[in-house]
Design a protein around this ligand. Sequence first.
Ligand code: AR6
Length: 231
Amino acid sequence: LGVVDIPNIIDVGKDKHGDDLLQNAHASDFRWDDAPTLAFPSISTSDFQFNQEKASDVIVETVADFVRKVDNVRLILVDLSPKSKMLSLVKGKTSKSKVDTSRFSTHTGDITRLHTEGGLHCNVIANAANWRLKPGGGGVNAAIFSAGGEALEISTKEQAETISPGTSVLVPVPKTSVLYQREGVTYVIHVLGPNMNPQRPNCLKDDYVKGCKILRDAYTSLFENFASLTR
Ligand code: AR6
């Protein structure tokens, strides 16, 4: 696991509210070991207005495929609110599927504060990006670029200027960034999902045949980029 440089962070114990961290991760059999961990938001389901029921099917399918194929990695779907419909849809569908729950779980919290607020140890986080890979614009993209600082912007530009729907870009997090220093995040993977919002570029106008394919491609590309770090 040479490339995934796992910072020395103690991740077993209580979070700032004194709650059991494993309980916060919603999986009683979630074991803490050295497995590289990817935390990711639900791509396209907020600003890009993608149907959440359909998106949750895509997440459970692509996660199941990935954890079947790749050993010794963990995935965590993250959303901000305890009322997140995406988290409850995915939790419900995961419990009815054959997904190994010691390798996939959900978490409520800010993806840029998974260690300091959630007590989690995630080496890699995904971003729901825009096609220009620009900071700001709200949502998780604004949060990640703001936590990553100028160093992450520069590092992103070195990898790519733009991104097309259904693909992702792997970006090393500079050691000067608080994301690295405070949270132990070593890579951000920017992902561009399908867009159903008429006010954003490349709107698919409710074409869910195309949309689901692009969303599947987006998660597959994200997970492949993550797996490439562990080889
Ligand atoms: N931590 C964890 N999850 C979050 C956070 C956070 N800090 N902030 C938002 N979410 P969205 P999209 C969740 O809208 O639909 C941007 O402006 C949120 O609740 O960020 O793919 C870009 O620039 C939702 O579940 O991404 C693009 O233009 C998920 O993250 C556009 O929005 C994704 O919501 C992309 O839209």
